[in-house]
Design a protein around this ligand. Structure first.
Ligand code: ADP
Ligand code: TRP
Length: 321
């Protein structure tokens, strides 16, 4: 099965991203053919600063390699390194009714928030359809907010296939209902836009400072504490095996320790959990040319698949003559 995913290079990754999307994607590499790219063209809709976009692109590549993206087993590249995607984007535009794009939630949400309604924001789903269809993707794992975009890609593919024959593989989205929503330090969903995140690769002192801000109920130190609705516990358990979860529950029940102790424990657990990833990240950080080479090789691999599809499209549409 071929899975494809696009990663927006949008800054520091947090543990919500890790458990909600990165770890499941990394583990897919054992069973499926994974195509993963850094969506830098898409990011232009929100990052109008060249230096920053190129820096964010390298940061995303470095982070994903450190977290287990395996360029030997998977195909990992930067969207703009395979220009055929822009050709397909234009071709697909002729099969995209305006109404389909006018109904897109993400466009409506973004403009409602005051982001200027330019054409790239409007046609964002068409480029995403090109990403998906160019690589013959069967499954597109997404969060709920992206379901509609995959449906749009499928609709466009059907319209195109109706006109020219079975050229595109019809993609399906996949939403993993088992993946828990990771709470932030205030108990809401962890998200960059809420400012309640614990980052994966933060500095140790800063991490501790953030963890100390986790909101808890106020209970005297000596009294037993409730672990069930405790934000510290709910974040801690993501990193602990069953025995360690039970041991922590016991510490809550016994009393004698304040929430401050549990926060220190959580900080330690997170720091240790990411130690091997941090080391790998430091390696790539010091070998950015190696990262660039991995991305270039990934693009070469991705282009092989892209060419098979785009040649069929050029021939069917009469673009090659
Ligand atoms: P943010 O909300 O911080 O902007 P993104 O929208 O960039 O995060 O999310 C990137 C990926 O991480 C998506 O697949 C999303 O489903 C996942 N994700 C983000 N926050 C969480 C969370 N709190 N719990 C689980 N998954 C999350
Ligand atoms: N729009 C996706 C997001 O914001 C990123 C993305 C771009 C994508 N192209 C894609 C995701 C193709 C899956 C498939 O997260």
């Amino acid at each position: 099965m071929r899975l494809l995913t696009g990663i927006q290079p949008s800054g520091d990754l947090h543990i919500g991203n890790f458990f909600g999307s990165i770890r499941p994607m990394i583990s897919e590499q054992n069973e499926n053919e994974v195509f993963a790219f850094i969506a830098n063209y898409h990011a232009m809709t929100t990052v109008p600063d060249g230096e920053r976009l190129s820096q964010l692109t390298m940061q995303a590549a470095t982070d994903f390699l450190a977290l287990g993206m395996d360029p030997e087993r998977s195909t990992f590249w930067v969207q703009s390194d395979v220009k055929e995607v822009l050709e397909l984007y234009w071709i697909l535009s002729s099969f995209t009714p305006m109404g389909l794009l006018e109904r897109a939630h993400s466009f409506k949400d973004k403009t409602a928030k005051g982001i200027a309604a330019n054409h790239s924001l409007f046609s964002y789903p068409v480029l995403m359809a090109a990403d998906i269809l160019l690589y013959g993707s069967e499954i597109v794992p997404v969060g709920k907010d992206q379901i509609q975009h995959v449906e749009i890609a499928r609709d466009i593919a059907i319209k195109f296939n109706n006109a020219y024959g079975d050229i595109f593989t019809l993609p399906n989205y996949r939403v993993d209902e088992n993946v828990a929503t990771v709470p932030g330090i205030d108990g809401q969903k962890m998200s960059k836009s809420y400012g309640n995140t614990i980052n994966i690769f933060g500095e140790e002192k800063k991490q501790l400072k953030v963890i100390k801000k986790i909101v808890t109920e106020t209970v005297p130190v000596e009294e037993p504490k409730e672990f069930k609705d405790c934000n510290i516990y709910n974040i801690s358990k993501l990193f602990l095996d069953e025995n360690k979860q039970i041991a922590l529950q016991e510490r809550y029940r016994q009393g004698g320790e304040g929430h401050g102790h549990f926060k220190l424990y959580l900080a330690e657990v997170i720091w240790e959990y990411y130690r091997p990833y941090r080391e790998k990240r430091a390696y790539y950080e010091n070998h950015q040319d190696e990262v660039r080479e991995i991305l270039r090789n990934g693009a070469t691999k991705a282009r092989q698949t892209a060419l098979e599809v785009i040649e069929k499209v050029r021939s069917a549409t009469g673009i090659s003559y």
